[in-house]
Design a protein around this ligand. Structure first.
Ligand code: NCN
Ligand code: DMD
Length: 336
């Protein structure tokens, strides 16, 4: 479904509003851009500081992680899901600090997490190794997309005004980079990054794995086919989540490599969706910057973060709130 753009009238009025504020013209820099974007997605000038912000972490394992593409073993994924629930993962700390509601979902973790009650949307245990075979069947892909869409609807019904998609999964930078390469027509060398911190030899091997996956699949335009071949259940769920948010007129703060890959695919599934996205941060992964450029998104933060989990998006939330507050509370120059 094609997505209607955020309000052009509110955007224009917000731009005029910013230009009339008691600051030198242009002095608010990117904060003004954020304020104007917020006004257009809320259709309200000045925009309200987003109060109800909900982050959902889509967790899943990846068959390709058994093929030496990560600095860490697959067992970390369920350990970290437990840390999200306990509130001790990095993003959980930031979410608490910024009053962001955090939910974690086991979409494809290769472990039994039923004691945590986070597995109601579980599609399978681990997606298949994308360099050897399609990561998902067509049915599994539809199930994953539907899970993400349903979760977005649940969060919106619960009052979310702004959504964040986080990710957890050892090995997930490989499918994310492969999806971006395929979607943008780039070679493996341009998209491969160090992920959790592979060394030079590891990076060379990971590049080969991505290249093998890209050659196995060949040229594919259809976003469903791309997600099934080169993606994963958790990335597809995230793409469904972002597409559904945009279709419902709810804005999304995108995070690092994995969320941006999902956002790029969401924009292919639902053309125009990316107008509802803002980039929380620039990650160290080269493919994330390439995809942000393609989507025309300028990151709020550039901190050298490479944690994933939605952490860079959650860290950007206070600046979004600042952007809205400035538009509400700074005097107009002609009022002074
Ligand atoms: O968000 C990013 O840009 C990012 C960059 C590097 C690593 N990560 C996180 O690290 C894990 C994937 O890294 P890897 O090396 O196992 O593919 C996964 O859990 C991600 O959340 C995330
Ligand atoms: C410890 C750890 C925490 C993470 N959070 C997101 N990806 C991660 C990868 C590792 C290895």
């Amino acid at each position: 479904m094609t997505v209607a753009p955020p309000s052009p009238a509110a955007r224009a009025a917000a731009r005029e509003h910013v230009d009339a504020l008691a600051v030198p013209r242009g002095a608010l820099g990117q904060l003004a851009e954020l304020g104007v974007w917020l006004a257009s997605v809320q259709d309200r000038v000045p925009p309200a500081p987003p109060k109800h912000v909900h982050a959902v972490v889509f967790a899943g394992d990846h068959g390709v992680a058994e093929h030496a593409v990560s600095a860490y073993p697959r067992e970390i994924t369920p350990m970290m899901v437990r840390a999200f629930v306990a509130g001790t993962a990095g993003v959980a700390v930031l979410a608490r600090q910024h009053d962001v509601r955090l939910r974690v979902l086991d979409i494809a973790v290769d472990a039994d997490l039923s004691d945590l009650g986070v597995d109601s949307y579980k599609v399978r245990r681990s997606s298949r190794p994308l360099h050897l075979e399609d990561a998902l069947s067509a049915d599994e892909l539809e199930q994953s997309l539907a899970a993400g869409r349903t979760v977005a609807a649940e969060e919106i019904a619960a009052g979310a005004e702004l959504l964040i998609s986080g990710d957890m999964g050892i090995g997930n930078t490989t499918p994310a980079a492969a999806l971006i390469a395929a979607a943008l027509g780039l070679p493996a060398e341009e998209v491969a990054g160090r992920g959790t911190g592979v060394d030079d030899e590891g990076l060379a091997h990971k590049t080969e794995v991505i290249d093998t996956a890209l050659r196995r699949v060949g040229h594919v335009d259809d976003p469903h086919a791309l997600l099934a071949a080169l993606g994963s259940a958790d990335i597809a769920a995230s793409a469904g989540f972002m597409a559904a948010a945009a279709e419902s007129g709810v804005p999304v703060v995108v995070d690092g490599l994995i969320a941006v890959a999902a956002g790029l695919l969401a924009d292919r599934l639902s053309p125009g969706a990316s107008a509802w996205f803002v980039a929380g941060h620039r990650s160290t992964e080269p493919a994330q910057s390439l995809a942000l450029d393609k989507l025309g998104l300028v990151p709020v933060l550039d901190l050298g973060l490479r944690l994933g989990e939605g952490s860079g998006a959650v860290a950007a939330v206070p600046l979004l709130r600042s952007a809205a507050l400035l538009m509400n509370e700074v005097a107009r120059l002609d009022e002074l």
